[in-house]
Design a protein around this ligand. Structure first.
Ligand code: KG4
Ligand code: ZN
Length: 330
């Protein structure tokens, strides 16, 4: 069983050890929409209200007996402290009642290995582009828990940039899907260009210049519609993400690329990456769209990986870790 409560999704899933999804419940908490961002206290309260029933439904839908569950994996970080406590205490309670182990999961490691849902036999080394609301990481994966971060954002994450841009354009929250929907099928109309960032001699990313450029452009060009700005923003954000990746990948063409995280559900990003891979004879595996944004299937998958690599033995006495670097995992 996987349980995810690190931010504003309350999610529970049951996955077999061969990555077959038995059941999954994801509730995106709507209380945050009117604020255009997640309110931590409201998130904790909503998790508390939703977690019990979500778990009962996930068990019912799996058609398993609770005693058939081998282990309970739960996100212990990074994320919102109050929200993490709800999922972690709940998982520990279930584990105690079922006399089964509980597995402390790193949220980003779960995004990373969610690719096993499409590529169960993926072997290291590989590259990963992990793009979410909190992180923008280019990772060189040498093996399980051998992660080298090659590039990261110097300011906003790409997901955050999408969310802030959507707020400026009054398109709603979360911003990524709102901008993508506003841009759908209209790419040929784009006359306005926003700046693309590619930092020399580095594989880092930056999105704050793009955000400021959009803010100024909106103020100076009131005649241009939010749809046209959405198209221009999506193009510039996706292209800024691709530049460092393409430079690093060209030096390591033998490595397949794993594309994952909430922003990886973006169609334009997927299209550009697959096109580049085909042109350059490179391999790419992307997490299925439905498992890119936060969910508990990926938490269960991370738990399966922990059991396979016996890394649960090292992490028995742990608490929540609201701030937790991927490279600290051993
Ligand atoms: O992985 P995720 O669900 O949560 C974190 O771990 O942060 O990612 C959420 C982020 C949000 O910033 C959201 O706007 C963005 O992913 N996102 C997208 C799309 N769907 C979600 N960004 C661009 N295009 C999308 N289709
Ligand atoms: Zn996430």
């Amino acid at each position: 069983m996987g349980i995810e409560t690190s931010c504003d999704e309350t999610a529970v899933a049951i996955v077999d050890s061969d990555y077959k999804v038995r059941s999954q419940i994801v509730t995106r908490q709507i209380v945050h929409e009117k604020w255009g961002g997640v309110v931590p206290e409201s998130a904790s309260r909503a998790h508390l209200e939703l977690i019990d029933e979500s778990t009962s439904i996930a068990v019912q839908q799996s058609k398993l007996n609770p005693s058939d569950i081998d282990a309970i994996a739960v996100t212990i970080g990074p994320g919102l402290a109050g929200a993490l406590w709800i999922g972690t205490s709940f998982a520990q309670g279930i584990a105690l009642a079922l006399k089964k182990p509980w597995l402390p999961v790193h949220h980003l490691e779960a995004h990373l290995w969610s690719v096993k849902l499409v590529q169960p036999h993926l072997t290291s080394p590989f590259l990963a582009l992990l793009v979410s609301g909190g992180h923008t990481l280019l990772i060189h994966v040498n093996g399980y828990r051998e992660y080298s971060v090659i590039g990261k954002t110097r300011d906003d994450s790409i997901g955050e940039a999408f969310d802030k841009a959507a707020r400026m354009l009054k398109l709603g929250y979360p911003g990524g899907p709102a901008i993508e929907n506003a841009s759908k099928g209209l790419s040929s109309k784009q006359h306005f260009k926003l700046p693309i960032t590619d930092i020399p001699n580095s594989y880092d990313f930056s999105f704050s210049g793009l955000k400021t450029a959009l803010k100024n452009a909106i103020e100076n060009h009131s005649e241009i519609s939010s749809t046209e700005w959405a198209i221009a923003f999506q193009y510039a954000a996706v292209t800024s993400l691709l530049k460092p990746l393409q430079r690093y990948w060209k030096i390591h063409p033998q490595l397949p690329l794993v594309l994952t995280g909430g922003v990886a559900s973006n169609e334009l990003l997927r299209k550009y990456i697959f096109e580049f891979a085909i042109e350059n004879k490179l391999k790419t595996y992307a997490t299925p769209k439905e498992y890119c944004t936060d969910n508990a299937v990926m938490i269960a998958v991370a738990g399966i990986e922990m059991l396979k690599h016996k890394s649960d033995a090292k992490t028995i006495q742990v608490s929540i870790k609201p701030k937790w670097n991927l490279e600290e995992l051993v």
